[in-house]
Design a protein around this ligand. Structure first.
Ligand code: C2E
Ligand code: MG
Ligand code: MG
Length: 279
């Protein structure tokens, strides 16, 4: 940036960088306080069985409720929390809260809904994760099958033994695993199958103009066929319009998630949504 503006822009650039750093440390400070005051909360977004038109799960999405100030996306504060070691505390609270909510849905008679929780690579490399997962399930009196951990493809790239061991051990208990944003990385489906991955969530970028892109349609056909062969469930995410969902239905993609089907909601909003869905 400074290069494009020439040498004289250098001090201007430094100024801008300083401001950015100040803003960042202010955010980190506020986040620490928020965690201390326990004012992070969860929204939930439904995952829909496209064949039966039924909710099968809800994904927990963390929200930073900082009162009057601007909305700060988890895409901003999760990386900050990862850099500052706060992710462990946040992750633990998200798991506990998500499991408790799932137990509430099950008691309300909405069927055997499960809950999906996003897990950062840092958490996956921490050998405390399994203990925390078990504690969360026990505290909520929830069977392990009710919990799906959404991990990133990049968590597997390093071939980090401990990550594999931890995934296999939790799978043995019955906890499910989903690869989030599948399709842009490098892991092949056979590898995921061997690891015992239960689901893949297709990155929206992969199918972004599928309606009139034959290559993307072929790609989806292939992925769906191959995944079915390996008993890996496929969830299409980012469903925002009717054309997209029609194409998915035509190709027998089993599961979907997106604003068109249900936005992320507070627990009480979700309760109303589920009540309607189960009438
Ligand atoms: P993600 O796991 O890929 O979650 C999906 C994101 O897409 C959510 O953003 C959701 O609100 C948004 N979304 C849902 N449907 C649509 C749609 O139809 N169109 C579009 N354009 N977007 C849609 P959100 O809640 O801002 O979360 C962003 C990311 O932050 C998540 O991406 C996840 O990677 C991370 N995140 C959220 N909660 C947690 C958490 O508890 N722990 C960790 N480690 N990461 C989290
Ligand atoms: Mg996710
Ligand atoms: Mg994402």
């Amino acid at each position: 940036k400074s290069k494009a503006l020439g040498r004289n822009a250098c001090s201007f650039f430094d100024e801008e960088l300083n401001q950015e750093l100040a803003l960042k440390s202010k955010l980190i400070e506020q986040l620490r306080e928020t965690i201390f005051k326990k004012s992070l909360n969860l929204n939930f977004q439904p995952v829909i069985d496209l064949k039966r038109d039924k909710v099968v799960a809800n994904e927990a999405l963390v929200r930073w409720n900082n009162g009057v100030e601007l909305w700060i996306s988890p895409e901003v504060f999760i990386p900050l929390a990862e850099d500052n070691g706060m992710i462990y505390e946040i992750g633990k609270r998200v798991l506990k809260e998500a499991c408790l909510q799932c137990a509430v849905w099950r008691k309300s008679g909405y069927g055997n809904l499960s809950v999906s929780v996003n897990i950062s690579n840092h958490q996956l490399r921490d050998n405390q994760l399994e203990t925390i997962v078990l504690e969360s399930l026990t505290q909520a009196n929830l069977p392990p099958e009710a919990l799906t951990l959404e991990i990133k493809e990049s968590a597997l790239i390093s071939k980090y033994n401990q990550v594999e061991r931890q995934i296999k051990s939790m799978r043995k208990l019955g906890v499910k695993f989903c690869i989030d944003d599948y399709g842009l990385g490098h892991s092949n489906l056979v590898e995921l199958y061997e690891l015992g991955i239960d689901q893949i969530k297709l990155d929206r970028q992969l199918l972004k103009d599928m309606e009139d892109n034959r290559y993307q349609q072929k790609l989806l056909d292939g992925l769906l066929a191959f995944a079915a062969h390996l008993s890996i469930e496929v969830i299409a995410k980012g469903i925002e319009n009717d054309e997209f969902i029609e194409t998915l239905r035509k190709k027998s993609c089993s599961f979907g998630q997106g604003f068109l089907l249900g936005e992320p909601m507070s627990p009480s909003e979700l309760d109303i949504y589920l009540e309607r869905a189960y009438q």
